[in-house]
Design a protein around this ligand. Structure first.
Ligand code: ADP
Ligand code: ASP
Ligand code: MG
Length: 406
């Protein structure tokens, strides 16, 4: 008998027919003689609506109340799925984070799971019941409801799989696996049978929202056997595996894009030691995460410009911090835009193959796409470009790196 965690995302529970379909999928796994724990998201669109309401009633709202509101979407789907399962003869019960005891830290809106009590789930297994657990939520040390950040129910599922030492964690979604790039914008994308944890971590953090970044990090740390598959077909999914289980790769694995970016340029900063430290120090004090950075060389060694990218959500805060510190920083001007997208090429193959950057830059140049900022790591190259070129860039790079499905 295997212990399996099945997680169903928003589109898989989008309406009552979808929920009935999920119930059949769970029943099939139970009929194989397996112990099953189910984790669900809110119905597609519900969390967006809840977030909008919280923002509308108070743009500077209290994050504790934000969590109280946005965690409710999952309460509806656990109840509905438990009933759908009972209707087809599967003994099931819904559970919320405070009942199971999913302990998180106190960072409301972006909480981290610290510990999960598995006693209750194990008791229910013992009586042959299927626990249906609300994803995305936890409880803080003070006993308040927390949420894990958008897309966080993948992390709930992986954390449960790790805590229960499950044999497998299946993430069911609306695509049948991890693709070479988002199949919604590149029709020639193809499914990967396997992808390494490292690559998946990069792809997720660079915008491929098919898996929540922290779920991949957690699966990697706890060696969780993770599969991404579709709740609408029986096709085998993509397994996320250790590097050792993939022999030498020749091609890069994928192209990711993140539209949620912004860019700031600070002009005419004094070109002297410590200036970058004070700019980024002031931003860090206000919890602004900066991503890619370039500093342009000054012609007269007296003044310099610094350009950097950051999450769109932090743009207003960051501009405010820089403007408040204008006298201390001594710059002459500031320019900012939301009209940027980060495009990244990801793959282990980069370690052994020179020329990936050349192919990437040449391909974008041939399409007349200007590179505003560049950053690299061992297995990825990212560039910031104007948002209107996103689809053109993703599709051209997909072709240039030989990833198109023939
Ligand atoms: P769920 O609601 O099931 O959690 P998400 O919308 O969070 O689903 O994630 C699935 C979506 O991720 C897909 O519909 C697809 O558009 C998008 N996506 C982005 N990049 C990729 C990729 N490389 N492979 C597969 N899907 C991707
Ligand atoms: N319902 C939450 C969201 O929309 C969590 C999730 O779907 O993973 O972000
Ligand atoms: Mg998701």
């Amino acid at each position: 008998m295997a212990l399996i965690v099945q997680k169903f995302g928003g589109t898989s529970v989008a309406n009552l027919d979808c929920i009935r379909n999920v119930a059949r999928c769970v029943k099939a796994e139970v009929n194989h003689g397996n112990q099953v724990v189910v984790v669900v998201s809110a119905m597609a669109g519900t969390t967006n609506q809840l977030v909008d309401w919280a923002r509308e009633i108070g743009p500077m709202h209290d994050a504790r109340e934000y969590d109280t509101i946005v965690a409710t979407g999952e309460q509806v789907t656990v109840g509905l799925l438990a009933i759908a399962l009972q209707n087809i003869g599967v003994d099931a019960r819904s559970w919320l984070a405070w009942q199971i005891q999913v302990h998180t830290n106190e960072i409301h809106g972006a909480a981290r799971i610290m510990d999960i009590d598995t006693n209750l789930i194990r008791e229910r297994f013992a009586c042959g019941q299927v626990p249906v657990v609300a994803g995305f939520q936890g409880i803080s040390p003070k006993g308040r409801i927390t949420t894990l950040g958008r897309g966080g129910s993948d992390t709930s599922a992986v954390a449960l799989a790790a805590a229960l030492a499950a044999d497998r964690c299946d993430i069911y979604t609306d695509v049948d696996g991890v693709y070479t790039t988002d199949p919604r914008i590149a029709p020639k994308a193809h499914k990967l049978d396997r992808v390494t944890f490292e690559e998946m971590l990069e792809m997720a953090s660079l915008g491929a929202k098919v898996l929540h970044t922290r779920s991949v990090a957690m699966a990697m740390r706890h060696n969780v056997n993770l599969q991404v598959r579709s709740s609408f077909s029986d096709a085998p999914g993509t397994f996320v595996v250790d590097e050792d289980s993939i022999v030498e790769q020749e091609k890069i694995s994928g192209i990711a894009y993140s539209p949620d970016e912004a860019k700031i340029t600070i002009q005419g900063l004094p070109d002297q030691p410590g200036i970058a430290a004070s700019v980024f120090g002031k931003l860090a004090e206000r919890q602004v995460n900066v991503d890619m950075i370039v500093q342009s060389a000054s012609t007269d060694s007296k003044k310099t410009d610094i350009t950097f990218s950051l999450g769109r959500v932090d743009l207003d805060k960051a501009v405010g911090v820089i403007e408040v510190n204008r006298d201390a920083l001594g710059y002459s001007g500031i320019d900012s835009t939301e009209n940027v997208t980060k495009i990244s090429v990801v793959g282990m193959a980069m370690r052994s193959q020179p020329g990936v950057a050349k192919t990437m830059f040449e391909t974008l140049a041939q399409k007349g796409i200007n590179l505003q900022v560049i950053s690299t790591s061992e297995i990825k190259i990212s560039v910031l470009i104007a948002s209107e070129y996103t689809e053109l860039a993703v599709r051209s790079l997909h072709t240039a790196f030989g990833l198109d499905d023939e």
